[in-house]
Design a protein around this ligand. Structure first.
Ligand code: COA
Length: 278
């Protein structure tokens, strides 16, 4: 695995225009952002509050999405201090009223993350509860550690999991498991999470980010436009298939990168047949 050189330079934000707070202005930011050419690592950073997702975190996530919509790169989402995120910030949630619910404060941020052009990888260590779990469900790929504990205890707090769990969780684990998890509010531990496909692999805490980078390395070796098309087509509603697949493929069939990669493959085979390549 090649670990990228991550600048993490708060001043290295390029021309962000009016994209808002980039959320990486220093160690006190709720979201620490490290950038390289092909990926961004965003670390939730409210360890004293178990990385509970408050308005400042949501604002920072929107700022990051604006950047990645303009300059698509793989996103790795991680927590800090042995916790991914213990949910939406309950102190803020308690004060929110009916009109606030309709604003979909977390929902809109998580939808934006799910719709980022390039893949999103959630590297989940420890608790991912409530909104923290829903943030993870918004990712394309989830990996965890043996201390993973993921679930939606919202009904125990008198609310529902309205930031993605009711539609994304069943897409990930199926209707029967999803409804059981949502109405019981129970927490899924690491082994069960792998078994039901909620995470695809487990890694010791020290290896988790490395494993996420290894996935990002694999993605980086492929053609970026083909990856973007794959994610967009994959996430399209059933009724748009197969037309959307064919439209995307027709654009890629004309791309210089397709000709370059296929020619490279064929010429390598020719050279190996004539013994030019050992
Ligand atoms: N919102 C706001 N604050 C939270 C929080 C949340 N979702 N989760 C944890 N915190 C805060 C606690 O209030 C506490 O703050 P304080 O030190 O100022 O009192 C701090 O984080 C540490 O929490 P604590 O409960 O002492 O940590 P723990 O390691 O013993 O337990 C959890 C961790 C995650 C099991 C526990 O904090 C918890 O159950 N959190 C709420 C989970 C939840 O219901 N999430 C769904 C929200 S929709």
């Amino acid at each position: 695995m090649t670990t990228p050189s991550l600048t993490g330079d708060p001043g290295d934000q390029g021309d962000q225009g009016d994209q808002g707070d980039q959320g990486d202005q220093g160690d006190n930011s709720p979201l620490l952002v490290q950038r390289s050419d092909d990926r961004v690592v965003a670390t939730l950073n409210r360890p004293g509050k178990r990385n509970a997702i408050d308005q400042a975190t949501v604002d920072a996530l929107h700022g990051l999405c604006a950047e990645l919509e303009t300059d698509p790169r793989t996103l790795i989402l991680a927590g800090s201090d042995g916790v991914f995120a213990a949910g939406a910030d309950i102190a803020e949630l308690r004060e929110r009223r009916a009109a606030d619910a309709l604003l979909g404060i977390n929902t809109r941020a998580f939808v934006r993350i799910a719709e980022l052009p390039m893949p999103v990888i959630a590297a989940i260590d420890g608790y991912a509860l409530g909104g923290g779990a829903e943030l993870a469900y918004a990712a394309d790929i989830r990996i965890g550690t043996p201390s993973l504990a993921i679930g939606n205890p919202e009904t125990g707090l008198g609310i529902l999991a309205a930031a993605g769990a009711s539609w994304r969780l069943k897409e990930i684990v199926g209707d029967a498991r999803a409804v059981e998890l949502l109405v019981t509010g129970r927490t899924v531990k690491a082994d069960e999470a792998v078994r039901i496909g909620l995470v695809t692999s487990l890694h010791e805490r020290d290896d988790l980010l490395g494993a996420a980078h290894a996935i990002a390395d694999r993605i980086s070796r492929n053609d970026r436009q083909a990856t973007i098309a794959t994610k967009r087509v994959f996430r399209a509603p059933r009724e748009q298939h197969p037309a959307i697949d064919l439209e995307a493929q027709s654009a890629l069939f004309e791309s210089p990168e397709k000709f370059r990669r296929m020619t490279d493959f064929l010429e390598r085979r020719d050279r190996s047949k004539t013994g030019e390549l050992s």
